[in-house]
Design a protein. Structure first.
Length: 524
């Protein structure tokens, strides 16, 4: 501790030797710093507060019909990207800041300066934004803030409309591309169907389904053919029986049992077969069974009535029948036989046609999987293109509706809470603080000058310093004894130094008091 105190004392003695140089430097630096503190121009700050209301009653009502953008995120992004070069250039023109710019370099410096001085700050999470700008001219600062508020509001509307127009343009281009693809897919499907029209069913079913349908048609035609042949054979048998009876009796009369009704008999036989099938599945009380039995009874009653009518007709005109070379029953049976022959021939032709179609379908079944695969691929491509096309059309309508919604409701409602205003007092610089810093800088400069000079031109102030710096033994020291005149000069020199130092401190204190008085006067 004693060594530290001795070292500090030695340094202080060395600095005391250069006190006058330090005092001169202190006065010079203090004067320069004071001039700088007083010459720094005043900066006035203009500010405004804007509230962004992102709630709109139209948006929940249009939910699902129009695209709902993230308005809060758009506003935050807008506030962060507002201070861009295009916007700053627009701000400079709107506030007439470029009137004094004579060259391109001046314009660049002006844009850079405005960019550094414009500030946008978010206040909490309530969508409150403060816009501020500092300038030497208070009126100019206010014009800049007014222009900035206008740009802040207009940028949101312009960017939203531009985004909507860009989205609609892109969707329209995609719709045109998919229209071309859809037309090409339709042309390929049409060409494929025309080329394979004989191999593709008209109802659009697959080959196995069409083959099963043809088999059912063949079976149905064969069944109808057998029924027609049975009816024809029954008519032949009745005709033969009627001829035998006419040759034996000579009267040309027939008994009711000899008269046949082949059409009704065929229908009765078909219903009886249907009844057998139903009885294998249901009981006698089932409605279908009861209905078929009722139908069979009605057919048998109809057959009985027709037989009675034919018998009466034969008995009523026996002479006419013999004069004509036969009876009416035989003639009716001949007519029915001819009709049955025609029906049998027609059904045989139908069976042959269906059989040929079945054979052709069985032959086409070999290439059906390949055709079905190609058809499925064409249909799949067509459906994909159609789905995308319809989705794009729906998106275009949604984009159009969203644009109209933004025009009607806007991205957000910008409310000016505090209009642009300028504080009456300059916000910069704080001259009291600058003057205090100038005082400290001046004192530090003087002390540093004395310290640096003492280190550049060192001396030994005591026997201890001498012993610590030399290797030879020190036998003793000789002290200097001052006379009355020398002591008087020292006192005068000390008084002068104290006066110079006190004058420096006094000048700075007076300057601080003056600035304090002026600030209080402006505030009052």
């Amino acid at each position: 501790m004693e060594e530290l105190i001795a070292q500090i004392t030695s340094i202080a003695r060395g600095m005391w030797r250069f006190r006058w140089q330090a005092l001169i430097v202190t006065w010079i630096v203090g004067a320069i710093a004071a001039v700088i503190a007083f010459r720094v121009p005043d900066q006035y700050e203009a500010s405004a507060r804007v509230y962004v209301d992102t709630q709109s009653i139209l948006k929940p009502l249009m939910s699902g019909l129009a695209v709902q953008p993230n308005v809060e995120q758009q506003v935050v992004m807008l506030s962060r990207t507002l201070i861009s070069r295009p916007n700053v250039e627009k701000l400079v023109r709107m506030a007439d800041l470029d009137l004094g710019a004579k060259s391109k370099a001046d314009q660049e410096r002006l844009i850079t300066s405005v960019t550094e001085r414009v500030q946008i700050r978010s206040i909490g999470r309530d969508n409150l934004y403060t816009l501020s700008f500092r300038d030497e001219n208070s009126a100019r600062a206010q014009r800049v803030i007014q222009s900035l508020v206008s740009i802040f509001v207009e940028s949101s509307l312009g960017s939203t409309r531009q985004d909507t127009a860009t989205a609609k343009q892109f969707i329209n281009e995609q719709i045109k591309a998919y229209e071309t693809k859809l037309e090409e897919a339709e042309a390929r499907r049409k060409e494929f169907r025309i080329k394979n029209i004989d191999r593709i069913g008209g109802e659009g079913g697959d080959a196995a389904t069409r083959l099963g349908a043809l088999r059912q048609q063949v079976q149905q035609a064969q069944l109808e053919l057998r029924e027609a042949e049975n009816a024809r054979d029954a008519v032949k048998a009745q005709l033969k029986s009627a001829g035998d009876q006419g040759g034996v009796g000579g009267t040309g009369l027939l008994s009711p049992m000899a008269i046949a009704t082949p059409e009704i008999d065929a229908r009765i036989e078909a219903q009886k077969r249907n009844l057998d099938v139903l009885l294998q599945r249901f009981t006698e009380e089932h409605p279908d069974v009861v209905g078929v039995r009722r139908l069979i009874a009605d057919l048998e009653a109809q057959k009985k009535r027709e037989v009675q009518e034919l018998t009466k007709a034969a008995l009523a005109a026996p002479a006419a029948a013999q004069a004509g070379g036969g009876n009416l029953v035989v003639q009716e049976l001949n007519r029915m036989l001819a009709s049955s022959e025609v029906q049998v021939a027609s059904l045989r032709a139908r069976v042959g046609e269906y059989t040929a179609r079945l054979a052709q379908a069985q032959q086409a079944l070999k290439v059906a999987p390949q055709l079905e695969a190609e058809s499925a691929q064409l249909d799949r491509d067509y459906e994909v293109n159609k789905k995308n096309y319809e989705a794009l059309v729906a998106r275009r309508e949604s984009a159009t509706m969203s644009g109209e919604l933004e025009v009607a409701a806007g991205v957000a409602d910008f409310r000016l809470i505090d209009p642009p205003r300028v504080a009456p007092q300059p916000v910069f610089p704080n001259r009291l603080l600058l003057l205090s810093m100038a005082f400290v800088v001046a004192l530090g400069s003087g002390l540093f000058t004395a310290f640096a000079a003492s280190q550049l031109r060192p001396v030994f102030h005591g026997i201890g310093d001498l012993r610590s710096h030399v290797d030879v033994p020190v036998l003793g020291t000789v002290s200097m004894v001052l006379g009355p005149a020398a002591r008087r000069r020292q006192r005068v020199d000390l008084v002068r130094f104290l006066a110079g130092s006190g004058g420096f401190v006094g000048v700075f204190l007076m300057a601080l008091l003056f600035l304090t008085f002026m600030a209080a006067r402006r505030a009052g």
